[in-house]
Design a protein around this ligand. Sequence first.
Ligand code: BG6
Length: 495
Amino acid sequence: MTTGSDPDLGRVCEIIIFGGTGDLALRKLIPALYFLELDRRLPADTRIIGVSRREMKSDAYRKLVAERAREHLPTQDFREDEWKRFLKKFSFCRVDAEVAADYRGLSRHLGPAGDGVRVFYLATLPELYAEICQYMDDAGLVNAETRVVLEKPLGHDLQSALAINEAVGQVFGEDQVFRIDHYLGKETVQNLMALRFGNAIFEPLWRAAHIDYVEISVTETIGVEDRGDYYDSSGAMRDMVQNHLLQLLCLTAMEPPVRFEQHAVRNEKMKVLQALRPIRGEAVKTRTVRGQYTASVVSGREVPAYYFEEGVAPESNTETFVALRLEVDSWRWSGTPFYLRTGKRLARRFSEIVVHFKPVAHQIFDPDGGVHAGNRLVIQLQPEEGIELMLNTKIPGKGMALRPVPLDLNLAHAFKRRRWDAYERLLLDVLRGDSTLFMRKDEIETAWAWIDPIIEGWQAHYQQPKLYKAGTMGPDRANELIERDGFRWHENLVQ
Ligand code: BG6
């Protein structure tokens, strides 16, 4: 077994999944655990206990896992014998999260804690977190070796996030709480830190003096799927910006931590959040764009307008697109705008960070070749995984006319290994007790404290989102937001 230097991985381990019959467990968590088992990363004798309100025997649960979770394993990675062995680890315990007495049943099901690691994964509605933690404690299920994993969204605003953190904190110490943002588990997102802090060539240039602007985009082609209810009360700002996009911003803008360790890394991320210039009141009109998709035909298929999606209120003005112009008021970044953008039902799915370096101070080459663009570093997170550095290069046979040409690193080609899913890495880190890639309480709260005034500003000054046709890149206003500063989104730059 590959335990490396992690003593915790040598210990008995129990993973209890609240919401064990739900979509997240069956689509993401259990496949990730299977891969960990396949790679011999799970401690021997690991038990996985599905918990939900449904009446079900352990055999029926194993059958459900065998059918539903199996669908999410690529055929080339499936091993029948390993899968059968893996299924034996599962059992089921019925618990209504809101009924204290049910936790005594869970306690009996689990038996004495021993000195192993117990992980409670709460893949439930966040409104239940406080109650679940309290009832677990009352039933004697919590000790110093217990860890709790909380899925996003952590609250709806600062106040609700404070209430969750406070209630969870009554039962668990901060080092026992693992707040997931699955973007931090993505290999390419970690690679952003490797790129910045493992290569000396970027650091001297990574500052306002050399960088015109930075774009962070997470665009999706899917709509709200079967989550209309949740999404309509959330919107793109709470669903994506408050967590994934701000985390990407932190990793892009933070100072080098003194070591790659949970406190050092999270301290530096926190400083970025604290340095975000607030966007309040009428400023939302000039520094933010909120959009909502309308019906269209995308790839030959008719897609409905957002407000016709199931679970969405007919007159809903929830945003499915957000673009922001923000500033980080720090020594390093003063004067460099950051543009963030995310949306559903857009023309293409991609997540990327584009760093636009300033052009050379004085151009000496063929003026007919046009103005030379500054260098661009494009960090592609998904679906492509790579890094492109656009360099101005002489066009053969054309005097000294230059054109940007990419220096291209394709990570899939460079490393021909199976890609880890974000949840594999994060679950393994929970078992190891390493919370570097998880969000600390104060990060969540500071992020909400910055987001809340924007949402309040929208309510007062910008209630109606700008409409955009499904299958486009969002409302025109998003282009105006960046072009006003003399810049353009990456995909609009002429090569
Ligand atoms: C989730 C959001 O956190 O992230 C979804 O709730 C979104 O709305 C998803 O679709 C995107 O994640 P990924 O890994 O597919 O980019």
